[in-house]
Ligand binder design. Structure first.
Ligand SMILES: NC(=O)C1=CN([C@@H]2O[C@H](COP(=O)(O)OP(=O)(O)OC[C@H]3O[C@@H](n4cnc5c(N)ncnc54)[C@H](O)[C@@H]3O)[C@@H](O)[C@H]2O)C=CC1
Ligand SMILES: CC(=O)C(=O)O
Length: 285
């Protein structure tokens, strides 16, 4: 709902079609949003448990599924959300065969792979929200959450790369601990919000709305989102979706940008890929 609300207030779509199995909650949310219409850009809002309601969509954002309870990992949701995806993805793909899928449900990288397999779509039209959100918490690639990779080498302030600046000041040994502490705080960011308010919403709402704007308006800007990563940055162990700097536009993923990584960062990225491939190997799809 945070994603729908942000798309609505920012006037990104002409029409929003909501789908959920909980029909009372769905109708309640639809009516509440419709009652806000006088104060918003003109957007048609519809809702139904029937997937026909989504027919001919340009962009399909998938958020259905179980969410973490306090302290629970994203990966722990996999079995529940995997069986849910087998019910949700095929009808969505059938109703909007030319759409772009944007997957948000967790664990997002594995479920983006699952959505790709179940939809039969070409890989450029299946994207996971990935570390676009983590990157607002910090500059990260790889697997969304626990084993994300911090890209210190690509962060600059006023055009000065942070790492080489610290190296020149001979402060890198001391600062390395600080950098690791910052990365840990980012990784734990969602856990903290979930322990305090029960779920995360506003950040993912704005993060996914920014992706929707880039795609629907063909802005061709670069986002760290989960894409088919095979062949990039030495990732060659199998078909895996991981966050890489992808250029997005009206046809989905237009390309992946080649950014210089340190050997350590590249190795961490490949380790992220290995972790996901291990999990995928047990899925049987
Ligand atoms: N990738 C990211 O950065 C983020 C991912 N998430 C993930 O998004 C998912 C949803 O989280 P919330 O919106 O907080 O949960 P929520 O519980 O508020 O909403 C989930 C909705 O899915 C619906 N649903 C369940 N089975 C369905 C089915 N078969 N068909 C259609 N709808 C169905 C439920 O009725 C419920 O309304 C979780 O997996 C969560 O971990 C949430 C925030 C950030
Ligand atoms: C829940 C989740 O994945 C996040 O807010 O990062």
């Amino acid at each position: 709902m945070a994603i729908a609300q942000t798309i609505l207030t920012q006037g990104i779509a002409n029409e929003i079609a909501l789908v959920d199995v909980n029909v009372d909650k769905l109708r309640g949310e639809m009516l509440d949003l419709q009652h806000a219409a006088a104060f918003l850009p003109r957007t048609k809002i519809s809702a139904s448990a029937d997937y026909s309601n989504t027919r001919g969509s340009d962009l399909v954002i998938v958020t259905a599924g179980a969410r973490q309870i306090t302290g629970e990992s994203r990966l722990n949701l996999l079995q529940r959300n995997l069986s849910l995806f087998s019910k949700v993805i095929p009808p969505l793909a059938a109703k909007s065969p030319d759409s772009i899928f944007l997957i948000v449900s967790n664990p997002v990288d594995v479920l983006t792979y699952v959505a790709w397999k179940l939809s039969g779509f070409p890989s450029n039209r299946v994207i996971g929200s990935g570390t676009n959100l983590d990157s607002s918490r910090h500059s990260l690639w790889g697997k969304h959450g626990d084993s994300s990779v911090a890209l210190w080498s690509s962060i600059s302030v006023g055009g000065v790369p942070i790492l080489s600046f610290l190296e020149r000041q001979e402060e890198i040994a001391y600062e390395k601990q600080t950098l690791e502490k910052i990365h840990k705080e980012v990784v734990e960011g969602a856990y903290e919000v979930i322990s305090l308010k029960g779920y995360t919403s506003w950040a993912i709402g704005y993060s996914v709305a920014s992706l929707a704007r880039t795609i629907l308006r063909d802005q061709r800007s670069i986002h760290p989102v989960s894409v088919l990563a095979k062949g990039f940055y030495g990732i060659d162990g199998g078909e895996v979706f991981l966050s890489l700097p992808a250029q997005l536009g009206r046809s989905g993923v237009l390309g992946v940008t080649n950014v210089h990584l340190t050997d350590e960062e590249a190795a961490q990225l490949r380790e992220s890929a290995r972790t996901i491939l291990e999990v995928q190997g047990q899925l049987g799809i």
